[in-house]
Design a protein. Structure first.
Length: 394
């Protein structure tokens, strides 16, 4: 762990936040595979109360620029690396602009054979929809973990993960004797084990022995942050993120020490639904706009922190780009009000997408995984692979 953290000594927390004024957030790379739609929803990458007050212009040799998104369904012939840029305009001209790479990766049969993955997360993972989508697209990739959703026992060759509703980076990084779950409950930290000296510490080798025949997985993908940032305010958000940073260091440092060759992906926090959904889910406790600001800040922090780490095998999964927060969240049909029987559809869950939204998250994960499997684990040496290595740092 000491070696893992050494690359951070010169990179203080305040330097991880050099660009607080920007409203645009783009990860280094957007991954796409043939036959699966890739999207960038402009609402998800540009922080504003009302995106309808702006125009969005994409420059890229692939895909289509619509009013609210850029979309692209690649074909095999599209495999390669492309420049992708976005300009945000108001009546006066360009107010923000940014660039990233579009990496289109071929889907080669048998790519995931003999490889394993550990998925870690909160309720987004525990609900298991995006996990099932990954399994559907990469069925040969062996999933390891203690349950297959809501505590269901995994079946070899099926879905498995370590996802627990309400959990955070701190939940997984916390050492000490874990709470004994209630009878029938599956919610306990299986990464913590009692040591010979009687202390309880993070012990990934013990986890690998129990769930993967003692072998570290080739890939670990972590989708956390929703619960960490949900209650933050403008006044305490930086302090909250500083605590997240410390928990990440403990957890990822221990994981890296036990699995020096494992590729680790950190998923960006997905966007929330609208205020109608937050009113239904949280009454007046949390609000959609505040959460969007919090998630935007945390995602910006993830990008800065991971770029500061001296570890080429820890990378960003651009989970926030591809989720349609307007159409792919649950809805309920309700009267307009108590005195008007006309009904309308309102979003009804603030942070948990509909199955269609989870599948979009799964598409993002599977595209990133295909890139990792093809260019790094499988040792692909083609021009696209070299370009990804040199320019994007996957």
């Amino acid at each position: 762990m000491r070696k893992f953290l050494s690359g951070l000594k010169h990179f203080g927390f305040t330097r991880i936040f050099p660009d607080k004024s920007t409203k645009l957030l783009l990860p280094p790379v957007l991954y796409a595979v043939p036959g699966i739609e890739a999207n960038v929803y402009f609402r998800n990458v540009f922080l504003t109360v009302n995106p309808d007050h702006y125009a969005f212009q994409v420059k890229c040799p692939k895909g289509r620029c619509h009013a609210k998104r850029w979309s692209f369904i690649p074909e095999e012939k599209d495999a390669g690396m492309y420049d992708w840029s976005l300009s945000v305009l108001d009546d006066r001209g360009i107010v923000e602009s940014g660039t990233m790479k579009l990496a289109v990766v071929s889907r080669k049969p048998g790519l995931a054979g003999g490889k394993s993955i550990l998925l870690i997360g909160d309720s987004l993972t525990d609900h298991t929809h995006y996990v099932k989508r990954i399994h559907e697209l990469l069925p040969e990739l062996e999933m390891i973990g203690s349950h297959a959703g809501a505590g269901e026992k995994p079946v070899r060759g099926g879905v498995a993960h370590e996802g627990y509703g309400g959990w955070s980076w701190a939940s997984f990084a916390r050492e000490g004797r874990p709470e004994v779950p209630e009878t029938g409950s599956y919610r306990t930290n299986r990464f913590v084990r009692e040591q010979p000296d009687g202390r309880w510490k993070l012990d990934f080798p013990a986890f690998f022995s129990r769930y993967n025949q003692g072998r570290p997985p080739e890939i670990a993908a972590i989708q956390l942050g929703t619960n960490d940032i949900a209650a933050a305010t403008d006044e305490n958000r930086d302090e909250t993120i500083s605590g997240i940073s410390r928990a990440m260091d403990r957890f990822l440092g221990s994981l890296r020490e036990a699995a020096p060759n494992t590729w680790i992906g950190i998923g960006l926090v997905p966007p929330p639904a609208d205020q109608d959904a937050f009113g239904t889910s949280y009454q007046c406790l949390y609000h959609s706009w505040q959460y969007r600001k919090n998630a935007f800040a945390l995602n910006r922090f993830y990008l800065r922190k991971i770029s500061a780490w001296n570890d080429p095998k820890i990378r960003i999964i651009p989970t926030c780009l591809n989720l349609d927060a307007e159409h792919n969240f649950p809805t309920v049909e309700e009267p307009v009000n108590a005195q008007n029987p006309e009904t309308i559809l309102r979003q009804s869950n603030g942070l948990h997408p509909a199955e269609s939204g989870y599948y979009q998250i799964g598409d993002t994960f599977a595209s990133w995984l295909t890139s990792v499997l093809q260019y790094y684990i499988a040792g692909e040496s083609g021009q696209t692979g070299e370009t990804v290595r040199k320019e994007s740092g996957i």
